[in-house]
Design a protein around this ligand. Structure first.
Ligand SMILES: NC(=O)c1ccc[n+]([C@@H]2O[C@H](COP(=O)([O-])OP(=O)(O)OC[C@H]3O[C@@H](n4cnc5c(N)ncnc54)[C@H](O)[C@@H]3O)[C@@H](O)[C@H]2O)c1
Ligand SMILES: [Zn+2]
Length: 353
């Protein structure tokens, strides 16, 4: 068992990572919540795998439970679906002293977390992430949001959960594509901040070996994220490091209408594409992009998206991370060492071509 405390004053919370934690999850939730009602926000796939078990566990602890299952996939992370979730919460009669649990990947986590942040001006929520991406990234740090047609995560909030319960055994049902998708975020953490983690990920020779070591990988990533979030909860400085690969990655996802590439796949493409350019610009040590390309290929992740720089830049123009005429990018000096640079928007082509 690993316990990580995210220290944010009155909003501090624990991340518990433990294989088998799921087996008596009801009691663990009761220990930190005196709610009468619990709304589980999940997606249809995760609901059919784990929804009933969680509901039963909660009923054993005398919670009154409802399950709200949105359709799975990024396409659901929008205002219309959010509005339906609000209607379901209202029909359930949830109050401010009750509880929301988000069960699933980053989509139910982000949308459900935003519902918790906003419904009745805020209801306590707990994250139970079920994808690798959500276990090592999206469930930690309190960023909750939905997408707009204009771009990803454009409507959102900073709203910390009361706890994050991570059981890596829930990953056993995850299709390989999504296991590797989440690993792209682990590669991201390693690339900007932990060369030892990068080398560890390079050394695994199979998914079985990766999964045997996954608890340690998840806790290393959560520790990196917790440390950064503690210093910069509102994403005005160091937290932006977590966006390595994301400016281009989001654009790639969007260019294909979120249908061709998963989030992690987009991030992988973004990391390679940017680093190839920063190597040419003399910012990054030669060989870094090759090492990124190799590790992504090792985990069957794509490294290119067949898009020209004009297509990518058009989409980035809508990106919220652009402030005024400048944009902040995360670049690597070398593997394990990333930093932020602010460049005029007009220079962007140099970094993407
Ligand atoms: N809030 C943050 O800080 C943050 C950080 C990174 C990513 N994100 C967001 O996360 C989202 C992507 O997350 P995701 O990849 O987890 O997406 P997702 O929630 O859509 O999950 C991916 C797929 O896996 C399925 N699934 C989930 N758990 C499963 C399990 N245990 N077994 C079998 N199938 C399972 C889902 O039904 C879905 O089809 C994006 O919207 C991204 O913007 C947020
Ligand atoms: Zn991400």
């Amino acid at each position: 068992m690993q316990k990580i405390i995210v220290e944010l004053g009155a909003y501090s919370y624990n991340i518990i990572i433990d294989k088998g934690l799921w087996l008596n999850i009801g009691a663990k939730i009761r220990r930190i919540s005196s709610a009468e009602k619990v709304a589980i926000i999940t997606d249809d796939t995760v609901d059919s795998l784990y929804g009933e078990y969680l509901a039963q566990q909660l009923r054993l602890e005398n919670f009154t439970v409802t399950r709200i299952a949105i359709e799975h996939g990024e396409q659901s992370k929008n205002l219309q679906v959010l509005s339906n979730v609000y209607a379901d919460l209202a029909a359930f009669g949830i109050t401010r002293s009750d509880l929301i649990i988000t069960l699933g990947g980053g989509v139910p986590g982000d949308l459900g977390g935003f519902a918790a942040a906003t419904f009745l001006r805020g209801i306590d929520f707990i994250q139970i992430p079920t994808t690798l991406l959500a276990q090592l990234d999206s469930s930690v740090g309190g960023k909750v949001a939905v997408d707009l047609p204009a771009g990803k995560n454009l409507v959102g909030s900073f709203y910390q959960p009361k706890a994050v319960f991570i059981d890596p055994t829930l990953l056993e049902s995850l299709p390989q594509r999504y296991l590797h998708d989440g690993l792209a975020e682990a590669i991201k953490y390693a690339a900007f901040g932990d060369e030892e983690l990068f080398a560890k990920l390079e050394a695994f020779s199979s998914d079985a070996e990766l999964l045997a070591n996954i608890e340690g990988i998840i806790s290393t990533c959560c520790r990196i994220k917790a440390r950064i979030v503690q210093k910069d909860e509102r994403d005005t400085g160091e937290r932006m490091l977590l966006n390595f690969g994301h400016t281009i990655g989001h654009a790639v996802e969007k260019c294909y209408n979120y249908e061709k590439y998963t989030h992690g796949e987009g991030v992988g493409i973004g990391m390679v594409r940017l680093t190839e350019q920063t190597e040419k610009l003399g910012i990054t040590a030669i060989g870094t992009s090759e090492r990124l390309r190799k590790i992504l290929t090792q985990y069957t992740l794509p490294t290119d998206a067949q898009l020209n720089s004009g297509q990518i830049i058009d989409v980035i123009t809508m990106d919220k991370k652009k402030s005024g005429n400048a944009i902040t990018l995360v670049v690597l000096d070398k593997i394990g060492s990333g930093r932020l640079i602010k460049i005029p928007f007009t220079d962007l082509a140099k970094y993407i071509f």
